[in-house]
Ligand binder design. Structure first.
Ligand code: CUA
Length: 165
């Protein structure tokens, strides 16, 4: 058997333990917290958006509680500027920019894009908590960057139904 000095063995155990902690953190991030590395995504021509789904941005009810949000960002607004969905809605976002790089982040939800012209950012999110959540541009994009925002309203359909009774 290869002789390993006592101190060297401690260091080997220590290194293995640290690597194990790092690996556990990676796995926990991916599995428990749903952290994802953005993929390359869909590529489009930002000068020909009229030939894509972005010719007609909006919120689309796909049935079975699923919604598609097709959103166009530009200096200095989001279209649509308001999204209204029922609680429990499973939403797939398709977002792009028509001019320069913008950002898109939804308050208190794990939807966070850098919007680069020519790329379609996509994410899926289920909204289980009723409320109003702002989405804002978080990439500095010029004079009215601060005015570039919208609101996502998750409606509590149960309470609406009860008040209707
Ligand atoms: Cu768009 Cu900042």
């Amino acid at each position: 058997m290869l002789h390993v000095h006592e101190y060297e063995r401690y260091w080997m155990i220590g290194v293995a333990a640290v690597l194990g902690v790092f690996m556990a953190a990676l796995i926990a991030g991916a599995v428990v917290f749903g952290v994802r590395v953005p993929d390359k995504g869909e590529i489009i021509n930002p000068n020909e958006l009229q030939n894509t789904m972005f010719a007609n941005p909006g919120v689309f009810d796909m049935g079975n509680g699923e919604y598609n949000v097709v959103m166009l960002a530009q200096k200095w607004s989001f279209n649509p500027a308001e999204i209204r969905i029922p609680v429990g809605a499973e939403v797939t976002f398709h977002v792009t920019s028509r001019d320069i790089t913008h950002g898109f982040i939804i308050e208190r939800h794990n939807v966070n894009f850098e919007l680069v012209p020519g790329h379609v950012a996509q994410a899926r999110m289920t909204f289980n908590e009723p409320g109003e959540f702002r989405y804002i541009c978080h990439e500095y994009c010029g004079q009215f960057h601060h005015a570039m925002h919208g609101v996502l309203i998750v409606e509590d359909t149960d309470s609406l139904a009860q008040t209707a009774d």
